[in-house]
Design a protein around this ligand. Structure first.
Ligand SMILES: Cc1cc2nc3c(=O)[nH]c(=O)nc-3n(C[C@H](O)[C@H](O)[C@H](O)COP(=O)(O)OP(=O)(O)OC[C@H]3O[C@@H](n4cnc5c(N)ncnc54)[C@H](O)[C@@H]3O)c2cc1C
Length: 474
């Protein structure tokens, strides 16, 4: 065992001596890994293969006590700190070069109490972990559409998916959290305890401390939901999208329909001659009764002449993982996102045109359908500010080889720029890449000044700076 050099927040180096390292290790339930030790590469490898960073030291936490020890080490030595939950964030702030990485991924416990319909979730749990435990009792929390995403980062940014229109965002179902502050103290935050911190954590990301436990309200869902894909030729997209926006505007809260436009993957139920050709996919989920669902989705199913329609009852856990095969870790990814109040004719033309010039077969544009219960929460009730937009566009650029970086990123930026005039200006922080630091204030809109004040109170030294950073008021 030797000393280890770790980067500080101002770019210098702190040496953690042999005795200090031994003391840290002696107090941990988990592990402290230096660059050549077992667990180091697992911890630093995240979903987006564009990110290949090498921390100076990784604390792989087994519980809140380990998190406290890691935060105190960082505070006492002014270390640069990265915090990893599920490791899915596109910006790659879960890992850093040279600094201290606090890896929460070993903390995966999920405990559901069916009597109170509450769940206690540790910050390394994935959406799939949460769904599997909650669905044992036909319960669910609204989260996102890819089961390997981390509950922690998704929740702290807001969180929306297939049942958000019915039950609200993930943060709207958050009852309390345990947080280790920049001072290394564990505090609880809820509507009644540290309410300003609780407000900021619901959308403000990892700026305010390290969450070691999330408590959620659950809702009856499933075990089956009416769900599936309707696949159309891209040729029909302009007309279909105009019909879609009308149906989406009038949809019951139980119905959510996202649009995906891309080159068709080799899905087993899709005729082979369509593989690799440009398509528009309606991906839909109705989270109420099957009979009502059948009526609610009928209009969407009747549109145009689909290549294939595979809408039927599916287990909720299965539908929550339906996009996993297209979103596996290990590819290079770059995203750009806008919030839209409406899907205008102009936006439709630009989007459909862009799909004809996709730089690689794995690139796609998602249009998430939101609103419903999410929109009935006042914009200042939580840090997440955008409650009235109805569609969230995410340009998922995805490719395999580094020489394609420039072409793919350029394509995403061009589409982003040409759709900007149709957007409302805010953006979901969880969809922001690492080069959008200048967009954070815009992302939070009118909630930004209050976030700055809460940051100044809980993290005046900006210990938690590797995120979509809210700088503390001076
Ligand atoms: C394939 C894919 C699909 C997605 N689909 C959806 C979707 O349908 N809906 C949706 O809302 N979002 C979606 N997202 C976005 C997702 O919400 C964010 O990427 C989110 O940040 C992932 O959380 P994580 O814990 O996995 O990420 P990480 O990269 O581990 O964490 C992200 C950041 O959150 C902070 N953080 C993480 N854990 C903690 C903690 N315990 N305490 C304090 N700070 C912490 C850190 O600043 C960290 O840099 C998707 C992402 C991917 C890659």
């Amino acid at each position: 065992m030797t000393q280890v050099n770790v980067k500080t927040s101002n770019g210098g180096t702190a040496t953690i001596g042999e005795d200090a390292l031994a003391a840290l290790r002696g107090g941990l339930r988990g592990a402290a890994c230096t660059t050549d030790e077992t667990g180091y590469d697992d911890a630093r490898t995240i979903w987006n293969a564009m990110v290949d960073k090498r921390p100076g030291l990784v604390v792989r936490c087994a519980g809140a006590a380990d998190v406290i020890a890691a935060v105190r080490l960082a505070r006492d030595n002014d270390l640069l700190v990265a915090v990893r939950g599920g490791g899915h964030n596109i910006a790659g702030n879960a890992v850093c070069d040279g600094g201290l990485m606090i890896d929460l991924s070993p903390m995966k416990s999920v405990r559901v109490d069916p009597a109170t319909r509450r769940a206690r979730v540790e910050p390394g749990a994935t959406l799939g972990d949460l769904d599997k435990e909650a669905q044992a009792f036909a319960l669910a929390v609204p989260t996102g559409i890819n089961s390997t995403t981390g509950v922690a980062g998704l929740t702290l940014g807001g969180g929306f998916g297939w049942i958000t229109r019915k039950f609200g965002m993930t943060i709207d179902n958050l009852v309390s959290v345990d947080v280790v502050t920049a001072e290394g103290e564990l505090v609880r935050a809820s509507e009644s305890e540290n309410p300003d911190l609780f407000w900021a954590l619901r959308g403000g990301g990892g700026n305010f401390g390290v969450v070691t436990s999330f408590e959620f309200q659950l809702h009856p869902v499933g075990p089956e939901v009416l769900s599936g894909l309707i696949v159309h030729s891209l040729e029909a997209a302009p007309d279909l999208l105009k019909e879609f926006r009308r149906i989406a505007d009038n949809a019951p809260d139980e119905l959510t329909c996202w649009v995906v436009m891309r080159k068709a993957p080799p899905l087993p139920f899709l005729p082979e001659e369509w593989h690799g050709r440009e398509v528009l996919i309606f991906a839909l989920c109705y989270c109420g009764g099957m009979a009502e669902g059948g009526k609610a989705v009928a209009e969407l199913r009747a549109l145009g002449q689909p290549i294939v329609d595979v809408v039927s009852p599916h287990p909720f856990t299965g539908w929550q993982a339906a996009f996993d095969p297209l979103l596996t870790p290990g590819a290079r990814n770059y995203w750009k996102s806008h919030d839209f109040a409406e899907l205008s004719d102009g936006a439709i033309d630009v989007l459909v045109g862009a799909i004809r010039t996709l730089p690689t077969p794995e690139c796609e544009v998602f249009i998430a359908h939101v609103g419903g219960a999410m929109s009935r929460v006042p914009p200042d009730a939580t840090a997440y500010p955008q409650r009235t937009s109805h569609f969230i566009m995410n340009v998922h650029t995805r490719w395999r080889e580094a020489p394609q970086d420039e072409e793919c990123i350029k394509w995403a930026r061009k589409l982003f720029d040409s759709t900007a005039k149709y957007a409302v200006g805010t953006v979901y922080v969880n969809f922001m890449p690492d080069d959008e630091a200048g967009r954070v204030e815009q992302a939070y809109g009118a909630n930004y000044p209050r976030l700055v004040k809460v940051k100044a109170r809980y993290d005046p030294g900006n210990l938690f700076r590797l995120n979509q950073n809210i700088r503390p008021a001076s």
